[in-house]
Design a protein around this ligand. Structure first.
Ligand code: AHR
Length: 337
């Protein structure tokens, strides 16, 4: 059979087409499908059950302090935290520093530190920072750099002193002289209150003398007795600014023994404890500037945030007021401390 020159290329192409279409399919070369991607596991949030919080309390010097300790112990129990590491430094900074170091060794989650005095914390706060344990300064302030601690929760002590001065300005418009029975020397509470008092006291009111009673009833008694030997009540001085209610109660003991009667002197104290309210009911205190010790709930809440890496406020100041004798009787039964 003769195939024409025109048909030959057509037949070749057709044959090739048949060969290619009958060839076996090539083996698949693509990689096996990847496993479906999972979202990364969210970091587990810590709860109060995971929390070990260290509270190296500064002492048991006053009713305020007793209420502050109770607030921490009760809140720890209510929230069901893993452990509250509590100690009492008996108003000695070296005891507080040792307690903080023991908590660092124990690798607690958070340290809440109520510093007895302002200065001298840099070294131990640096140790806590190096150990990555956040510190919340509670109640009184420290002079250490703010980079060494996470936050401060407490009262505005300067404002408290200013509020006390405002009371004397109202009660002694024609001026006069006052004594000051001050708190623990070098403590944020005493330094702040003394500063605020001097900031706002009218220039016609003179501070005749100022001595520390270390925030305790027992130490306030001899200080007041010594004042009364040196100065005549009502003549040399007309008022007393007392940095806390416990010292106020000690001072009243000395005043009574010296024959001073309620109302003979203008007395302004700080705290707003039941004892302070009773002193207003009895006519001894003309005003009591509030300082709230019930800080446990706020501190534990912030500690949990720190454990979970959440942002917190670097300074949380308690909202406080001034109490007066006119409401003291009515409010006394409602006081929690
Ligand atoms: O730091 C708070 C002060 O300390 C309170 O006013 C006082 O009562 C306590 O001892």
């Amino acid at each position: 059979m003769k195939i024409s020159r025109v048909l030959l290329p057509v037949l070749v192409i057709a044959a090739l087409f048949v060969i290619v279409s009958c060839a076996p399919a090539p083996a698949p070369t693509s990689a096996p499908a990847a496993a479906p991607t999972q979202p990364p596991a969210a970091a587990a949030q810590k709860t109060y059950k995971d929390m070990t919080l260290c509270y190296p309390q500064l002492g048991a010097e006053s009713d305020w302090r007793t209420a502050n300790t109770a607030s921490f112990k009760e809140t720890a129990q209510t929230l069901g935290i893993k452990q509250l590491v509590f100690s009492d430094a008996q108003q000695k900074q070296e005891n507080q520093i040792s307690a903080v170091r023991a908590c660092i060794q124990q690798k607690v989650d958070v340290i809440a530190l109520p510093p007895v005095v302002e200065d001298g914390w840099d070294a131990v706060l640096t140790e806590a920072k190096n150990a990555k344990i956040p510190v919340i300064i509670v109640d009184r302030s420290v002079s250490a750099p703010k980079t060494l601690y996470a936050s401060h929760i407490g009262s505005d002590m300067v404002l408290e002193g200013e509020r006390a001065a405002a009371e004397f300005n109202k009660m002694m418009p024609n001026g006069g002289a006052v004594l000051e029975l001050s708190g623990t020397t070098g403590s944020g509470a005493a330094v702040g209150r003394a500063k605020g008092f001097r900031n706002k006291l009218n220039p016609n009111i003179k501070i005749l003398d100022s001595q520390t009673g270390n925030f305790t009833r027992a130490e306030a008694v001899p200080v007041m007795q010594a004042f009364l030997k040196k100065y005549k009540a009502g003549t040399d001085f007309q008022g007393i600014f007392i940095h806390n209610d416990d010292m106020g109660i000690g001072a009243i003991e000395a005043l009574k023994a010296a024959g001073v009667k309620p109302g003979d002197l203008k007395i302004v104290s700080v705290d707003g404890t039941r004892g302070g309210f009773q002193a207003m009911v009895d006519g001894w205190f003309q005003a009591d500037v509030e300082c709230n010790p019930l800080l446990g709930p706020q501190v534990f809440e912030m500690a949990l945030k720190l454990m979970n890496g959440q942002t917190i406020d670097p300074e949380v100041l308690t909202n406080e007021t001034v109490y007066y004798p006119d409401k003291a009787k009515e409010l006394l039964p409602t006081r929690k401390y």
